[in-house]
Design a protein around this ligand. Structure first.
Ligand code: SAM
Length: 250
């Protein structure tokens, strides 16, 4: 009897750890009402998969720099999958809606990084298009729950049992550095990935959007569209390109 290889591919476990939830319902509603959608940092592409299955007939594009995530996404061929970053993709006035879901915003650690992304998003949008994304509100201190006692157990596609735990190494100047450890019962050693995420305040998000010519059309603190407060878990923004500054040619 041949043994199945042990699956230590973290991307293959992503959808088990991040099951469909209220945030996906929120973004699916936006996607279904837009003819053309770009999902920046699409990961395993679940949102666009469900949009297509739900009957979206227009252009759906998923962009992600991680080939292992896109390898999962590509299982559905009726969507355009692009490996790379917004800066290299150079979309120009092509989309009615640009999304950044699953806290992708937080991987951009400096104001310069964020401005570069927002500028590229603005360029990718058609006139009148919308840009929707969320970031965790620092006021809710989510990182305090990223500890081994809040770990989860999952069962992978091949029946493998995997324990996933987080550990925060530092919280400094709005940047949280942490590890994610995947430990399989019969793996020789765990897989440990390190990451740093930015926790920007709503005021910082707004200033960065303004710098790049966006205005916030809608702002929520949770996926049921409750208003944002200082202790909301999320800062959810739907932004539109604003009017160009007076005197600038259109
Ligand atoms: C937490 S996952 C979110 C995936 C998906 N959007 C979701 O909601 O489940 C973050 C994703 O951002 C991607 N990412 C990292 N750096 C990026 C960049 N510079 N541009 C676009 N995506 C990036 C990662 O490869 C990863 O797939």
């Amino acid at each position: 009897m041949s043994e199945q290889p042990v699956n230590r591919d973290v991307a293959a476990h992503y959808d088990l750890l991040n099951e469909w939830g209220p945030s996906d319902d929120f973004y699916l509603g936006l996607a279904m009402s837009a003819d053309s959608v770009l999902d920046v940092g699409c990961g395993t592409g679940l949102l666009l998969h469900v949009a297509r299955t739900t009957g979206h007939l227009g252009r759906l594009v998923g962009l992600d720099p991680d080939p292992s995530m896109l390898a999962v996404a590509c299982r559905r061929p009726d969507i355009d999958w692009v490996e790379g970053h917004l800066g290299t993709a150079s979309f120009d006035a092509e989309f009615d809606l640009v999304l950044m879901t699953g806290h992708v915003f937080q991987v951009f650690l400096t104001d310069e990084d964020v401005r570069a992304q927002f500028t590229a998003v603005r360029k990718a949008l058609k006139p009148g298009g919308r840009f929707a994304f969320e970031t965790r509100n620092p006021g809710a201190r989510a990182w305090e729950r990223w500890s081994p006692e809040h770990g989860v157990d999952i069962v992978g596609e091949r029946g493998e049992r995997v324990r996933v735990e987080h550990h925060v190494a530092s919280v400094e100047n709005g940047l949280v550095r942490f590890s994610e450890t995947h430990r399989g019962a019969d793996w020789p050693e765990p897989v440990v990935e390190w990451a740093t995420l930015r926790f920007a305040t709503a005021a910082e998000v707004d200033a960065l959007l303004r710098d790049c010519g966006f205005e916030v059309a809608e702002r929520y603190g949770s996926w049921d569209r409750a208003p944002f407060t200082d202790t909301s878990r999320e800062i959810i923004s739907i932004a539109r390109p604003g009017r160009p500054p007076a005197g600038r040619a259109r």
